[in-house]
Design a protein around this ligand. Structure first.
Ligand SMILES: Cc1ncc(C[n+]2csc(CCOP(=O)(O)OP(=O)(O)O)c2C)c(N)n1
Length: 440
């Protein structure tokens, strides 16, 4: 029997399969980088249906990506880029349009104020804090379509989602200040703020957890026939979770009313999205599922609003999930305030992006763009908008005073929500520790 004909023993076969598996993985990983060119047309053209076209064919799967390259994907400045998106937004009427402007400003001013307080040091603030500054058009654009009783599942970068959905600034600030009046009585900090009275299922330190939280709530609504929808926010990095595709596929299969909103800020902690996403855009991952997919300029509230409107109509009509990808950019570091200064916007001097790139994105400020649009369309005067700016800053300042005046968190509050209320383990815990049983 020749060497080639001899049956392979199990150990050798497994070894070979392992090697083959490994090399397939390596090859497929390199496939996007080693000369597999993907036609831009198929990705940004009719395949995606309705969208705002971006400057180039897309950042993902680009091994040549260098710090600074994100400027190639700057969204156009002259919003609205598409007439119909602008008309959809304008149809909301002045009062609502100004409320949306106020929400964007509240989010920006709340986070900027917190940044100054963290850096100032006088309030002794510490802990993880992921800013959403620069991405506000996505949260407010999505929420401009949702009803109060629709659900959202947020991320670690979720302050903007909470504020846009009607979260309470006083309770948010008190939570950051570790006060008893905070959303989690000072024990949750930035990443666990939850407000079920507004359908806010919580910020979340677990990257990729939003998919199933949103799906669960949506399934509940579907079974009860309430026509509520559920939104799962997630980043470009979170799309790498194996649960992502699985969740979208399952929702598509069962027509569960979830809108998967990808906030593609082109940065995955300190790694460019171009190196972690094998396709040109995140929204391509689920293209084969035949669900509506929208690739939009995430700094354009009109584009986000228009896409969400269609997605929500689709979901409420019982047709199931959809995906919206908004291209945007965060102004600060992944977490904390490295490179930031009190009283100044943006974090500079970070190793994974250039200062010029940050400055360029800051000129595409989604709030400034919306403001320019409101004035250009004569929805409001600059004076009216200035007044809203002042009002939002006053609300934020009042929330800081509220937090400073509030009592500090109590030790026994630390175990609240750890055990089901009234359950035996909680009683045992308090008996054993001698701590007073919490009343709330
Ligand atoms: C399950 C899990 N894995 C890893 C982490 C660590 N982690 C925190 S944020 C983050 C990056 C998330 O990036 P992306 O989803 O793009 O969101 P962005 O920070 O850009 O908004 C990672 C890996 C985590 N918190 N949870």
């Amino acid at each position: 029997m020749s060497e080639q004909q001899r049956p392979m023993d199990r150990r050798s076969l497994l070894k070979l399969m392992g090697a083959a598996g490994a090399s397939t993985t390596v090859l497929s990983a390199c496939g996007t980088s080693l000369g597999r060119t993907v036609s831009a047309q198929g990705l940004t053209g009719s395949g995606f249906g309705r969208q705002v076209s971006l400057a180039t064919e897309g950042p993902g799967g680009n091994p040549q990506w260098k710090a600074g390259d994100s400027v190639k994907f700057l969204p156009p400045t002259d919003i609205p880029t598409s007439g119909s998106a602008a008309e959809a937004l304008a149809s909301l009427g002045k009062e609502r349009l100004l409320t949306l402007y106020g929400l964007m400003q509240a989010s920006r001013k709340w986070e900027t104020t917190m940044k100054d307080l963290f850096l100032g040091g006088d309030d002794g603030l510490y802990g993880q804090f992921h800013t959403y500054v620069g991405e506000e058009a996505i949260a407010v654009g999505v929420m401009s379509v949702l009803n109060d009783d629709d659900y959202i599942a947020s991320t670690h970068r979720g302050h903007g989602h909470l504020i846009a959905k009607g979260g309470d600034l006083n309770r948010m600030t008190a939570e950051i200040f570790f006060r008893d009046t905070g959303y989690n009585q000072g024990y949750g900090g930035s990443m666990h703020i939850t407000d079920m009275s507004r359908g806010i299922m919580g910020m979340n330190g677990i990257v990729g957890a939003s998919y199933y939280m949103a799906a669960g709530a949506a399934l509940h609504a579907m079974v009860k026939g309430t026509r509520q929808v559920s939104v799962a926010f997630f980043g470009d990095g979170a799309a790498a979770s194996p649960y992502y595709f699985s969740a979208v596929r399952s929702c598509a299969n069962q027509k569960v009313p979830v809108i998967f909103v990808n906030e593609n800020n082109l940065q995955y902690m300190g790694v460019p999205m171009a190196l972690t996403v094998p396709t040109k855009y995140v929204s391509e991952y689920t293209k084969g599922l035949g669900i509506p997919t929208f690739l939009v300029d995430g700094n354009d509230i009109a584009a986000v609003h228009a896409a969400t409107r269609e997605a929500v109509e689709w979901a409420r009509a019982g047709k199931g999930p959809s995906v919206i990808e908004g291209i945007t950019f965060r102004w600060y570091d992944h977490a904390g305030f490295a490179g930031g200064r009190p009283g100044e916007d943006g974090a500079l001097g970070l190793p994974y992006r250039t200062d010029e790139e940050v400055r360029q994105w800051m000129t595409r400020d989604p709030i400034l763009r919306y403001r320019t649009w409101l004035v250009a369309r004569s929805v409001a005067t600059a004076g009216e908008l200035d007044a809203i700016d002042r009002e939002m800053q006053a609300r934020v300042d009042a929330s800081v005073e509220f937090a400073r005046r509030s009592p500090r968190t109590r030790p026994e509050a630390g175990v609240l929500n750890t055990y089901a209320s009234g359950a035996v383990p909680a009683t045992q815990f308090f008996n054993r520790t001698g701590l007073a049983t919490p009343t709330t």
